[in-house]
Design a protein around this ligand. Structure first.
Ligand code: AMP
Length: 413
């Protein structure tokens, strides 16, 4: 037997139906906030992610699915592709602020565990072209709004400001000096990161690292007036929207392109992988990818994690619709008649089903009940000779005699 690759998921019809419901709801909410959908290819030139996300990040250094001599890579995230497309298609000419959203599959060669897969989907939103704190507030509010629309409770926003490149490099210098005294005590991962990506040591989950980081210099102290004001304005806006938050000065996120605001929405219902949504500002990325300096902010929410949270919150998914009508037949002629009838009914949008296994009337009736069909029509020798059949309403057993050719006009509502 050939099985699916490790870290991937099959969406059987019931799961796919639930996913579709989630996607439709997300699309409606995105529309209310006036975000328009963008779709990009499943793979991009590898260079885009190297330059966009950063060589030293986990994603680029060890998690990318690259092929054709590493020329192309399945997208591990969507912000770099969106910005590539924004620049390539000069979207700034259409409007100075682009509000875009996407629902798309991503690929990362990670160690699979609950809530962490190698192929997963993200719903994400980006505001490109605004550096105003109001954009941060709107975007975070969108993230919070849709999670609340799904009735999710026990959510927590963690927020931070990681400064611009100058502020951060002053901080990093001091951070490295401080951590140099602890090289022997840091986890092996953090000891390695001291040389490659020291910022990430701040959000290490290792207990020893956490203790060491407690007394490390604090990034916030290195922010200039502008970023401090920006941060306070964002916090003020969240307050005015009654959105609770927790400041976490160690929230740096895993991608290099972030500047200024970073945030995550966590759910108590997820285990180790408790971030259901994450994002932040990336004011340098457009420029870094060859565009004009353009501030931007975005978030991404993992839909598999969202589904886990929905399940934990006992979210009630809608039930798939059951057939309006099940056509039961007896004999070859009736079967052919029903085939045509079913086709004509379906052309009129009536959800109609019939047997494809040559089953007995009794088992067809069983099937109609199993499918919860709202109406049933039996067509056999008798009905064919009379040229009429009874339309039976299953809810109350009432029957209406109708000419066979008129069944197609019956109101099955
Ligand atoms: P990131 O793109 O790493 O900032 O992650 C944003 C969100 O995507 C996370 O909060 C998760 O909900 C989701 N996510 C990231 N990586 C995975 C993964 N390997 N499997 C499932 N969901 C993921």
């Amino acid at each position: 037997m050939i099985t699916k690759p490790k870290g991937t998921l099959d969406f059987l019809p019931e799961d796919a139906f639930k996913r579709l419901h989630v996607e439709e709801k997300l699309r409606k909410i995105a529309a209310v906030f006036n975000y328009r959908e963008i779709r990009t290819p499943a793979f991009e030139k590898t260079e885009l992610f190297r330059r966009g996300i950063g060589e030293e990040t986990d994603i680029v250094s060890k998690e990318m699915y690259s092929f054709n001599d590493n020329e192309f890579t399945l997208k591990p995230e969507m912000t770099a592709p969106v910005i590539r497309s924004y620049i390539e298609n000069s979207l700034y000419n259409i409007s100075p602020v682009q509000k875009l959203y996407y629902i798309s599959n991503m690929y990362r060669h990670e160690r699979p565990q609950a809530g962490r897969y190698r192929e997963f989907s993200q719903f994400g939103a980006e505001i490109i072209g605004s550096g105003e704190y109001t954009a941060d507030i709107e975007l975070i509010a969108l993230g919070m709004f849709f999670l609340k629309e799904f009735g999710i409770k026990n959510l927590k926003i963690k927020i931070n400001n990681i400064g611009n490149l100058t502020e951060r490099s002053a901080f990093l210098k001091d951070l490295k000096l401080y951590l140099n005294d602890y090289t022997q005590k840091l986890s092996s991962e953090s000891a390695r990161r001291l040389f490659t990506n020291p910022l990430r040591i701040l959000d290490s989950k290792d207990q020893k690292d956490i203790e060491i980081v407690k007394n490390a210099p604090v990034l916030y102290d290195y922010l200039g007036e502008e970023n401090k004001n920006h941060f306070q304005n964002v916090l003020g806006g969240l307050k005015s929207l009654d959105i609770d938050y927790e400041i976490d000065h160690n929230l740096v996120r895993g991608l290099d392109y972030y500047t200024s605001t970073t945030f995550e929405i966590l759910s108590e219902n997820l285990g180790a992988q408790n971030a259901v949504l994450g994002g932040g500002r990336y004011d340098m990325l457009v420029q870094q990818l060859g565009g004009k300096p353009t501030p931007a902010i975005g978030f991404a929410c993992g839909l598999e994690r969202l589904t886990l949270v929905l399940q934990a919150n006992n979210y009630i998914f809608p039930e798939p619709k059951s057939p309006d009508l099940y056509l039961i037949t007896s004999g070859e002629k009736a079967k052919n008649k029903a085939l045509v009838l079913a086709y004509n009914l379906r052309m009129k949008n009536v959800y109609c089903e019939l047997d494809l296994l040559g089953r007995s009337i009794k088992s067809q009736m069983k099937e109609a009940n199993k499918l919860n069909a709202r109406y049933v029509v039996v067509i056999g020798e008798d009905e064919l000779s009379k040229n009429s059949a009874k339309i039976k309403k299953m809810a109350d057993g009432s029957e209406v005699e109708t000419a066979l050719n008129d069944i197609v006009n019956y109101n099955f509502n």
